[in-house]
Ligand binder design. Structure first.
Ligand code: WTA
Length: 661
């Protein structure tokens, strides 16, 4: 039993529950369980009603076509995602604020729906001018600036699927993703701010695409063109770097849009046409390009944003994710804008210039709905109650969390210190592959318990199954019927799609998480059951880190496991054996950790790196990860009877104890 399981048991015993506050429920979109029953009675009719809230150029013939494991939703329908996020609101909300943005240095910009529409149209025309058309993949490698959302929507407008790559990924990771998707256009920026430093994204892009001749255009946003970070309150020291522009290939964003027309007809997209690809880690060394369609995805993110966040016209909604992750796609860009909401976007770190930055933002923008990750909440807890206490957070009315299991202590701290005990908390379980939220309370209707994501969203069908596919109290989480936002495949690898998600049980989706269900039918998600780590809410494949390590000439063999971390949930622990003749040293340890950062990005840096003369293996030569996890957790060893040489582990344990300082 893990620490977390124990904590949950304690709280289950206490049966501590939180009813939706009466004042909240009264005004909420959903205040009772009616929609659950309605969706259960006629699931397709229920999703169809949501789809009808969107604008369609052509209606669908059929709601769902299900040939496991392939689904088609709203078959024959035609629509455009950007049209639904922008044009659809112009008449009623054209002058309402769509985007409020603050850079880390404190520079600000705002866009009304009309202004955002115009900017997206201009950039969409500019992309067309560069030869980008329907079906062409575009890589987006940007900091958290308005142009990230604008670029995504411009791609959507012309039917060019985007592949957003998190700005913290290394040039190598960017290159892998550009190559896999065959992107011929990359949109980047000269730089972005993070903890007072500048991240030189254009230089990384240049390195990433060196020799990739099919990348014919690079668009460069000048980070400081529209605002002046130098004049911003927290932006004294750094300057945006000047960057080398390659004639003919590189174009300045601001030059392009200045020359472009503000009118741009939206491409007519089939409901099943690809909206985007987003790479995510799996159990092999190579990230998977998760594919999302237009009609089903837009339907699910529109529905979940409206009901889970109970969004209304007066809300100021802030999701702290980066657009490089699926949370940013679905709950900064597509879901909220499809609902005509006002979205706050912030570029930088929560502790810059001090640990009150998020609360300064909440106070000064009057944030009403706030969505963040448990890792951030645990960091806030550690930083101390006095930080949030020093700000006026009284506008907040709803809090959300996503990305990893939230421990009950963190939930309660969030409820008391950020939500002032009056805000419901929505703990939302979902994945890159699911497109939108799947398991979550509806804040006006569902009684919550700290540590559980509660029940499937209306219209979503889940179960806990054992290996054989029989219902169990504790086992694997399963999604038992297709849902509109489900991934449509893995880019270029149909076999991997079948194998990863659909091979455990026929026709049932396997998300890779362990879970259990309590007497109220609430789902308690226990974390990944595969070789995927969740470090600070980021998915990292152990094999990816191992490949990065063995890529170094000094490394013979590497095994990577996760160990628990108080703030980040999990941390990367690497066990490395070096090639003969190489001497291990502290310098080499640091060099190898840095090598992983160069290959993947800082999120994958091993917290522990232990040199091992040998890795523990079974007699048939398989690395015994379970034992390595025990070593990394500092636990007593489990069963070692199948181990070829027990002395190997004992020596590792000694080294590990010595390395913890
Ligand atoms: C984990 C992020 C527990 C889970 C949206 C899942 C969670 C993986 C929760 C997906 C939650 C996400 N409670 N675990 N509320 N939300 N997870 O693709 O292991 O980056 O499989 O999508 O995060 O991570 P991804």
């Amino acid at each position: 039993m893990t620490e977390q399981h124990r904590e949950i048991d304690v709280l289950l015993d206490e049966k501590r529950t939180f009813e939706p506050p009466a004042a909240f429920a009264e005004a909420a979109h959903v205040a009772d369980r009616g929609p659950y029953d309605e969706a259960a009675r006629d699931r397709e009719g229920y999703w169809e009603a949501w789809a009808r809230q969107l604008d369609w150029f052509q209606p669908w013939r059929e709601v769902l076509e299900w040939n496991p494991p392939f689904s088609k939703w709203f078959v024959g329908g035609a629509l455009n995602a950007a049209h639904n996020c922008l044009d659809r609101h112009l008449e009623a909300r054209g002058s309402a604020l769509a985007l409020l943005w603050e850079g880390e240095p404190g520079d600000r910009r705002t866009y009304t729906y009309r202004e955002l529409h115009e900017e997206v149209c201009r950039f969409a025309n500019a992309l067309r001018g560069l030869g980008v058309g329907k079906g062409d993949r575009v890589a987006i490698y940007l900091p958290m600036i308005p142009e990230a959302a604008i670029a995504m929507l411009a791609c959507a407008r012309i039917g060019a699927p985007h592949s957003v790559v998190f700005g913290g990924f290394s040039p190598q990771s960017l290159r892998d993703r550009i190559e896999d998707a065959g992107a011929r256009c990359v949109i980047t920026a000269d730089g972005g701010y993070r903890r007072g430093a500048i991240i030189p994204l254009k230089a990384s892009t240049d390195a990433a695409i060196e020799g990739l001749d099919y990348v014919s255009s690079v668009v460069v946003v000048c980070r400081s063109a529209a605002t002046d970070p130098e004049a911003a309150p927290y932006g004294d020291a750094v300057e945006t770097p000047s960057c080398d522009m390659i004639e003919g290939r590189d174009h300045r964003y601001h030059d392009l849009i200045a020359d472009a027309s503000p009118e741009c007809p939206a491409e007519r997209m089939d409901a099943e046409d690809l909206l985007f690809i987003l790479y995510t880690s799996g159990t092999t060394g190579k990230p998977k390009g998760v594919m999302h369609s237009t009609g089903g995805y837009m339907t699910q993110v529109t529905a979940t944003t409206k009901w889970v966040f109970d969004l209304g016209e007066d809300d100021i909604y802030w999701c702290t994710a980066d657009v490089g992750w699926v949370t940013g796609h679905s709950y900064i860009v597509y879901g909220p804008l499809s609902n005509g909401a006002t979205v706050l976007m912030y570029e930088g770190s929560p502790d810059w210039p001090d640990r009150g930055r998020f609360w300064t933002l909440c106070e000064s923008y009057g944030v009403t709905v706030f969505y963040t990750a448990p890792t951030a909440i645990r960091a806030f807890m550690r930083w101390g109650d006095h930080w949030p206490a020093g700000y006026d957070l009284s506008k907040l009315r709803l809090l959300g969390t996503v990305g990893e299991p939230i421990n009950p202590e963190a939930w309660i701290w969030y409820h008391e210190n950020i939500g002032g005990t009056r805000c419901p908390i929505v703990d939302t379980w979902w994945q890159t592959e699911t497109g939108g939220i799947m398991i979550t309370p509806l804040p006006g209707a569902i009684t919550t318990k700290p540590g559980t994501a509660t029940v499937p969203f209306p219209g979503i069908e889940a179960a806990i199954l054992n290996e054989e596919g029989n219902p169990a109290e504790s086992g694997y989480l399963a999604i038992t019927s297709p849902w509109p936002g489900m991934l449509r495949g893995v880019w270029g690898d149909e076999e991997r799609y079948r194998e990863t998600y659909w091979s455990k049980w026929p026709g049932i989706y396997f998300p890779g998480d362990g879970a259990r269900v309590d007497e109220d039918g609430y789902y308690w998600i226990m974390g990944r059951v595969d070789d995927v780590l969740n470090v600070a809410g980021h998915r990292i494949g152990t094999m990816e880190v191992e490949s990065a390590l063995v890529d170094h000439t000094a490394v013979a063999e590497a095994a990577v496991v996760g160990r628990s971390d108080e703030i980040k949930g999990q941390a990367v622990a690497a066990f490395v054996s070096v090639v003969e003749g190489v001497r291990t040293s502290e310098e080499l340890r640091q060099e190898l950790r840095a090598h992983v950062v160069t290959k993947i990005g800082a999120i994958a840096r091993p917290a522990d790196l232990i040199f091992a003369a040998e890795l523990p293996k079974t007699r048939s030569g398989k690395i015994m990860r379970r034992l390595l996890r025990d070593v990394a957790e500092g636990r007593a060893l489990g069963d070692t009877t199948t181990l070829a040489d027990p002395a190997v582990v004992r020596s590792l344990q000694r080294q590990f104890a010595g390395s913890e300082s």
